[in-house]
Design a binder for this molecule. Sequence first.
Ligand code: 13P
Length: 249
Amino acid sequence: MRRKLFVGNWKMNGSLVANGVLLKGVRAGAQEARGELAVCVPACYLAQCSQILSMSGIALGAQDVSSHTVGAYTGEVSARMLQDFGCRYVIIGHSERREYHGETDEEVAQKAQRALAAGLTPIICVGETLAEREASLTWDVINRQIKALLSLLEPAEVEGLVVAYEPVWAVGTGKNATPEIAQEVHVAIRALLAQKSAEAGKRVRILYGGSMRPENALDLLQMPDIDGGLIGGASLKADDFLAIAKAVL
Ligand code: 13P
């Protein structure tokens, strides 16, 4: 049985004051969550959030990591540094990074390898754009994105991943994938993972992301292969984030 996981992706939002208020709210209701909670915060706030979350049972994560280990890479943050601040998770290959920073499938795989080597759990984002879906290219895109990972990682490493299906057309648009569409893609992702490791096929949690809200969470989470959510906008309000994390029967 895979334990549900609810991850807030704060993106480039927050301030010292706002983070304190938000995390206090999340902490207050965390006991009622029907799964594990995590927040992926901007790197500059890791120290603050790590302190606020200590002993809370809420995991800390980052939103990106360098594909390099250490050295002359101005502006980069290494996996070892994230680990130093108590991160358990790191989001890798979010569509906003792929689109605005030109991240390739190969770089995403390298970043995943670095994160795993430092003891972090990568949350690998995959998903098609609207144009790709309309051109019936969803499978090709998912296949390409997942295969790049599988070709670099060992079976045991694949077992240590979390995958998030985030159709780009649903991210920040208020238009979520239907539970049926999401379930279909999650099953396909699981089958690809299982080709590398049967254990990974069973164990890896596949989250849904893209306009997940308290109103649509229950329907999505009822699907057998949706193991939680990667939540953007709604994770910036403690009540909404918690309502999603409680929306499991
Ligand atoms: P929204 O929940 O705001 O659509 O964002 C989803 C997302 O990109 C999470 O990583």
